[in-house]
Design a binder for this molecule. Sequence first.
Ligand code: F6P
Length: 419
Amino acid sequence: MQGNLLYAQSGGVTAVINATACAVIETARKHKVRVLAARNGIIGALREDLIDTSRETVAAIAALRHTPGGAFGSCRFKLKSLEESRAQYERLIEVFRAHDIRWFLYNGGNDSADTSLKISRIGKALGHEVTVVGVPKTVDNDLAVTDCCPGFGSVAKYTAVSTLEASLDVASMAESSTKVFVMEVMGRHAGWIAAAAGLAGHGADEPPHVILFPEIVFDEAKFLARVKATVERVGWCTVVVSEGVRNADGRFLSEVGTRDAFGHAQLGGVAPMLAQLVKDRLGYKYHWAMPDYLQRSARHVASKTDVEHAYAVGKAGVQYALAGRNAVMPAIVRTSDAPYRWKIEPVPLSKVANHEKKLPKRFISRDGYGITDAARRYLEPLVRGEDAPPYGKDGLPRYVRLKNTSVAKKLPAYAIADK
Ligand code: F6P
């Protein structure tokens, strides 16, 4: 086929986003289409900072499937509206034209779906037709329409496994030392990752004893009473708290004050805050953990289902693009819970862009601190299966670092900050 395909990664990366990259490049190669990658997402496209993936070996591309992080670099960068900054769009199309880019695959969350949608609408108007496909990814699992998002199954598995393991530790120490363990997980506005911690145990006496969801307003007195009752009954208590928990005024408990390019607050630090509250008010010794980037990069404990989803959306993304299906996203459609069955279908990007899928009420237990059977039915298949990376003699995973050879620039330099 005539032309090049441009692939870019966007937003927070995941343990499996490179499995999608692997699928994109392997599928395009089968169709004899060359894949260029934008360095650091859309920023690289604007700067004409492109990578020639045809310079990578078959083995290096295959190894992307088991390598975490974003192999080409990602970004938090919001394209303004066409009215506000036509120049940005003109520049993108200029870069696409200069490098004969006929297909653009943008791998990201809901903000990236919005960016993809905007680009999908302007190519023709600016005289260079390009087929744009949004490819889903986000540990937050908050994209609309798709049943789940690649990246989530692995962070969910990491969270459930860590909750289980750390709880065995606390249980051992509780008689004479630590009585409360608090773990903070990601998920800005939706409690999907926090809910996954619930897979670690069954029933009120098994961990996690308390899950704090962003969907439920934090009630300090009720929380402390619950922790106290659990310690008195079980001997210890594991708390899993989402970074997105808010108080009755709607303010994040963990807001640190900085914001990214999308205006999102940077979160973090609710675990130590709650642990100290427990100590001050109930007197229990505590430990807390904030896995932070560890949770979304933990490829060593990735979910096999998640890796398969990530690969499948990349493959379908290329197939849709080459078939000329503009402004769509490959969505994961669940056709059965048990046995777990799924397929990939195209959905219009307009149905995904800027929507946020929260944890449904029916997934949260009545007391607000746990998950329901319906949540388990949804979550369990997503964490199922192991897909360990190969390990070297040094005992470490054999992750690949690509050469990332730059494509020669053809256009004048472009300073993003000025536009
Ligand atoms: O992309 C999702 C996410 O992992 C959130 O859960 C988290 O709040 C955020 O990204 C962190 O983003 P950054 O890496 O840009 O600080």
